[in-house]
Design a binder for this molecule. Structure first.
Ligand SMILES: Cc1cc2nc3c(=O)[nH]c(=O)nc-3n(C[C@H](O)[C@H](O)[C@H](O)COP(=O)(O)O)c2cc1C
Length: 169
């Protein structure tokens, strides 16, 4: 798929088919992610592809009401940033990790897969962080959902370009 077409047509999907993304494709997507720009080449992103045990632990940490939503997509990846302790670098590293996470979604879309970036509260709770093995030096940015698309998504509105762009003198 052509780059600009992929950027414009990638959509958030909340309904998925049952087949997990195969290991080789996941490895391709996570290899792609590491080409995100990052200041001082800190390579701050970390990705955890959830297996049955880690998914069960995360659901348990989330509680019964929230747990059902973790079954939406057959493949879940936690994207997190490794923190250095320097606030300026950590802010930049978080930005770089967001770009890396987006590359996973974009690469998945380019391969005909559906994706969704979700930020459930359990990623920030002590129980959820414990279930994922996130130490004090790591912050989760999102739970990336991947899998086969089950329905077409219409593009949500974007603000018109002139409302967000200024050409300064
Ligand atoms: C940092 C970030 C966090 C997000 N968290 C959620 C979320 O928790 N729940 C949700 O429904 N969508 C979440 N989204 C997806 C956005 O709602 C979605 O990207 C937006 O509606 C635009 O739709 P599109 O992705 O199809 O262009 C998140 C997106 C980003 C970038």
């Amino acid at each position: 798929m052509e780059l600009e077409e992929a950027i414009r047509t990638r959509r958030t999907h909340k309904a998925y088919g049952a087949d997990p993304v195969d290991r080789a494709t996941l490895e391709e997507l996570l290899e792609l992610a590491r080409w995100a720009p990052n200041h001082h080449l800190t390579n701050p992103w970390r990705f955890r592809v959830l297996g049955p045990r880690s998914l069960a632990a995360l659901k348990e940490a989330a509680g019964p009401e929230a747990a059902a939503k973790f079954d939406r997509a057959p493949t879940l990846i936690v994207a997190s940033v490794a923190l250095s302790g320097d606030p300026e670098q950590d802010a930049e590293d978080r930005d770089a990790t967001a770009v890396a996470a987006y590359l996973v979604l974009l690469g998945a879309h380019g391969r005909g897969l559906a994706g969704y970036w979700r930020t459930p509260a359990v990623l920030r709770s002590p129980e959820g962080r414990g279930a994922l093995g996130l130490g004090d030096d790591e912050v989760a940015l999102g739970l990336l959902h991947l899998g086969p698309a089950r329905q077409e998504q219409r593009p949500p509105e974007r603000s018109p370009v002139e409302t967000v762009v200024s050409f300064l003198d």
